[in-house]
Structures are given as structure tokens and as C-alpha cells.
Design a protein around this ligand. Structure first.
Ligand code: PBG
Length: 327
């Protein structure tokens, strides 16, 4: 029955009515905070990400404690090693910076979920997400199959350090299967894989690359990350990762890809995570600093929209602020 019998404004009249018919909630327990850990003392600010610093292991533990206090579900760790090489060997070194940070957090705040981002780009001297090779045509490219054992080795090192979840973000074909096999072989049959299953070649990663010092020295990532124009392919990528053993899927970035979050959720019925990336964060911070938007309202609306699109988990640099606003 249409107007005047049906009046949708009836259920919008008071905060109490709006609250009982609200379809989507965001809670601190849905959020993961990314942390950048470096091999230096203290904190150093990241230019394009106001409020986000690179942290020493001690400072990472302090942040982890703060997350636990605020009810944030967990943290996802990125390493910035002093030594980089062609293979990215600090990614899997037993005393690599992320492994140190995992152990320190698990010792101090064992209840907090610790997710290890799994990629080689922060560890390779060329900045690509795998090792390089030259094709017969003389083109330098990332060698997919040769990179898989290195990623698998990194997953095992992260699990050995105590990571609750490993999260491959490299976009090599077959990496979820290779990582699952290696984890199982090493006895980590219960360590879940949160796969960055549809990760787009996005300009929204700009500030992160400054933070993680991981801009490729030559070329770009379009040979392995996805074309932003492709939604069907994102579903295909995600379902392939499910076949290989992914436990949680991820869509990244979040806000320009809400349709992809929806489609991946509908097609997979797996838990889906969305990564509200550095460029999305930087835009909000810049506009808020200029006085153009209300930061708190924009952040909470954004997180609600990402959840409404189908994300169960949201990785966001706003996690601590959002958690304190939601208390
Ligand atoms: C590493 C990785 C990147 C991000 C997460 N993991 C950068 C990239 O692929 O270039 C981006 C996160 C962000 O922008 O907040 N492969």
C-alpha cells in the first residue's frame, strides 16, 4: 500500500524508533587496526597519514594494549626492515621485525587478535610483491611460481611467532594453496588464512607505500593486482581462493569497491573483510583538517556503509577513534 497509507517517515521520527529498525551495526569488535613496525626506537610520523606512526616493537605493544582497552578486535602488522634484498628474506627471518612484534604482543596482550600481513614488497629491494625474473622476451616481471615457496615460508615463520591469522596480500596465483600446504606440513593446521582475494591495483595505496617504503623501484603492480574495472573477475579470484583453502576473503580498497564486497559475500558466504585503505583515510583526514567535513560523522557513516555492503570485518586506520566514539 503506497502513500498516504504507507509513510516511511513514521519509523524515522525518534532516535528510539530509528534504533530498533536499524539494519546494520558497527562495533569496535568488527575492526582491525593496521600497525607499521620499524627497527628503530620510538615513533616516526607518516606524512600523508596524520595520526599514524611507524612504531618500535615497544610502541607496537603499547598500541596493542590500547586496542584491547578500547575493544578493537585486533591488529594487522606490516614490517619495515632495515635490510632489504632481492628475495625479501627478512619477511621469513625468525627474528624479522614482524615476528618480533607478534611475539611481543602475544606475550603482553594474548587475547588480542594478531593478523600478519603476508607479502614480500616491504622486504624486497625492488619493492615488488614477489621475486623477479626476466622473460625470454627480455621483460622483467614477478616470477609467480618461484615466489610461492617464499610466501609459504613467511607464513610458517609468522605462525611460529604466534600469529593468529596470516593474510597474504601479494596476489600471486596459487599462493593460498601453497601457504595452506606449508602451514599444515609445519603443524599449523588451525592457523586461518585471510586472503586478500580481490586486491585491486589502486592509487589509494599511495600513502601506505610511503609508510612502508614499498613503492616499486621500476614498473607497477598491474601485472598481479586486479584491474579496478573488473567485478566478475573479483568474484572468480575469491572463489578460487576458497577452493585453495582461504578461511576469510578480503576486498581492498573498500569504499570505491562496495559492489565487489557485496558480490563476493553473496557468491562465497564466507566471512568477508574489507580494507579501508591509506588513501581513503588520508582523504578524510585532509578534508577534516581543512574543516570541510565532520570527521567523526564521516568515519562512522563510512564504516557503516562498508558493513552494510557485506563486510564482517573492517581493517581501518580509524579503528581506535571509531572504537572510542562507539563506546
Ligand atoms: C602490501 C600491501 C599494500 C597495502 C596492504 N598490503 C600496498 C600495495 O599493495 O601496494 C595497502 C594498504 C593501504 O593502502 O592502506 N602488498
Amino acid at each position: 500500500m503506497a502513500f498516504p497509507v504507507t509513510r516511511l517517515r513514521r519509523l524515522r521520527a525518534t532516535p528510539a524508533l530509528r534504533a530498533v529498525v536499524r539494519e546494520t551495526a558497527v562495533t569496535a569488535g568488527d575492526l582491525l587496526l593496521p600497525l607499521f613496525v620499524h627497527e628503530q626506537d620510538g615513533r616516526s610520523p607518516i606524512g600523508a597519514m596524520p595520526g599514524v606512526d611507524r612504531l618500535s616493537v615497544d610502541e607496537v605493544v603499547a598500541e596493542a594494549r590500547e586496542c584491547a582497552r578500547l575493544g578493537v578486535a585486533g591488529v594487522i602488522l606490516f614490517g619495515i626492515p632495515e635490510q632489504k634484498d632481492a628475495e625479501g628474506s627478512q619477511a621469513w627471518a625468525a627474528d624479522g621485525i614482524v615476528q618480533q612484534a607478534i611475539r611481543a604482543i602475544k606475550q603482553d596482550v594474548p587475547e588480542l587478535l594478531v593478523v600478519a600481513d603476508l607479502c614480500l614488497c616491504e622486504y624486497t629491494d625492488h619493492g615488488h610483491c614477489g621475486i623477479l625474473c626476466t622473460t625470454t622476451a627480455g621483460i622483467t616481471t614477478v616470477d609467480n611460481d618461484a615466489s610461492l615457496p617464499l610466501l609459504a615460508r613467511t607464513a610458517v615463520a609468522q605462525a611460529q611467532a604466534g600469529a593468529d591469522v596470516v593474510a597474504p596480500s601479494d596476489m600471486m596465483d596459487g599462493r593460498v594453496g601453497a601457504i595452506r600446504a606449508a602451514l599444515d606440513e609445519a603443524g599449523f593446521t588451525d592457523t586461518p588464512i585471510m586472503s586478500y582475494s580481490s586486491k585491486f591495483a589502486s592509487a589509494f595505496y599511495g600513502p601506505f607505500r610511503e609508510a612502508a617504503d614499498s613503492t616499486p623501484s621500476a614498473g607497477d603492480r598491474r601485472g598481479y593486482q586486479m584491474d579496478p574495472a573488473n567485478g566478475d573477475e573479483a568474484v572468480r579470484e575469491s572463489l578460487l581462493d576458497v577452493e585453495e583453502g582461504a578461511d576469510i576473503l578480503m576486498v581492498k580498497p573498500a569504499l570505491p569497491y562496495l559492489d565487489v564486497i557485496w558480490r563476493v559475500k553473496q557468491a562465497s558466504r564466507l566471512p568477508v573483510c574489507a580494507y579501508n585503505v591509506s588513501g581513503e583515510y588520508a582523504m578524510v583526514k585532509a578534508a577534516a583538517a581543512a574543516g570541510y567535513i565532520d570527521e567523526r560523522a564521516v568515519v562512522l557513516e563510512t564504516l557503516t556503509a562498508i558493513r552494510r555492503a557485506g563486510a564482517d570485518i573492517v581493517i581501518t586506520y580509524h579503528a581506535k577513534d571509531a572504537a572510542s566514539w562507539l563506546q
